[in-house]
Design a protein around this ligand. Structure first.
Ligand SMILES: Nc1ncnc2c1ncn2[C@@H]1O[C@H](COP(=O)(O)OP(=O)(O)OP(=O)(O)O)[C@@H](O)[C@H]1O
Ligand SMILES: [Mg+2]
Length: 234
């Protein structure tokens, strides 16, 4: 469970987040939509404990992030815009490296299984630097989940993926949801948001301007709500 209370983030005299309040229950899959520069990635970085908020509070499973960030980081899987992979390492080496940081048991077997799941078994031992963008994104997804995180923070995870990889990713998110994983996914891809998320928040100018449930994978409903906000009508 994630609770965010009156969160602000200021950088270079600019207020990027202006008082964000949000509560996400365990097992919820939430899409974060909003225009470029709205503050979506910044919000995810604060949750991933990569940057400190200027004010406000973040609680994960009732623990305050500020005071327990090492403990909380173990619960998080974060997929940023950049892959966080080591270029000269193979997929297997990358996953084993990250898995070891998190103390994953039988890490090599786990890594091989995940690499297979994202469809890259043939490239197990090739350095990542030779990979295409979509291949890197597939491995980055595997890296983000190697330690079975309770909370997944995904920043535009579908970018660069082909149709096959999109369904692999969606299945990963849905099967983790079944295990109780909570997911926050920043995306510009409304179709994927409607496909896999049960709730949408819209961020504009550093604030949450709408927050609603999606039923029956209703893409039109999501687009309609979004357009209303972009027109400035509430
Ligand atoms: N470290 C920083 N210093 C100064 N300004 C920053 C910093 N990080 C982000 N910003 C600014 O904060 C605003 C929000 O950035 P953010 O990356 O969170 O947007 P976003 O909603 O993820 O946009 P996009 O859809 O383009 O990814 C932007 O105007 C950006 O220039
Ligand atoms: Mg962003």
């Amino acid at each position: 469970m994630i609770e965010i209370k009156n969160l602000t983030k200021q950088a270079d005299n600019k207020l990027i987040l202006r008082g964000v309040d949000l509560r996400v229950e365990k097992g919820e899959t939430v899409a974060i939509l909003g225009p470029n520069g709205a503050g979506k990635s910044t919000l995810l970085k604060v949750l991933a404990a990569l940057i400190k908020p200027t004010s406000g509070q973040v609680l994960v499973n009732g623990l305050e992030l500020k005071k327990n960030h090492i403990e909380i980081k173990k619960l998080l899987g974060y997929l940023p815009h950049s892959s966080l992979l080591y270029d000269h390492y193979s997929p297997l080496e990358n996953l084993v490296f990250f898995g070891n940081i998190y103390g994953v048991k039988d890490v090599e077997q786990k890594a091989i299984k995940l690499i297979k799941e994202v469809g890259l078994s043939f490239f197990l031992n090739e350095p990542v630097k030779n990979f295409s963008r979509g291949m890197i994104q597939r491995i980055a997804i595997a890296r983000a989940i190697v330690h079975d995180p309770e909370v997944l923070l995904l920043d535009e995870p579908h970018t660069g993926l082909d149709q096959g990889a999109i369904s692999i990713l969606n299945n990963v998110i849905l099967s983790m949801k079944e295990k109780g994983t909570t997911t926050l996914m920043v995306t510009h891809d409304f179709k994927q948001a409607a496909e896999i998320c049960d709730r949408v928040i819209i961020v504009k100018n550093g604030k949450i301007v709408d927050d609603f449930k999606i039923e029956n994978r209703n893409l039109g409903y999501v687009s309609g709500k979004y357009e209303l906000q972009m027109e400035g009508v509430s």
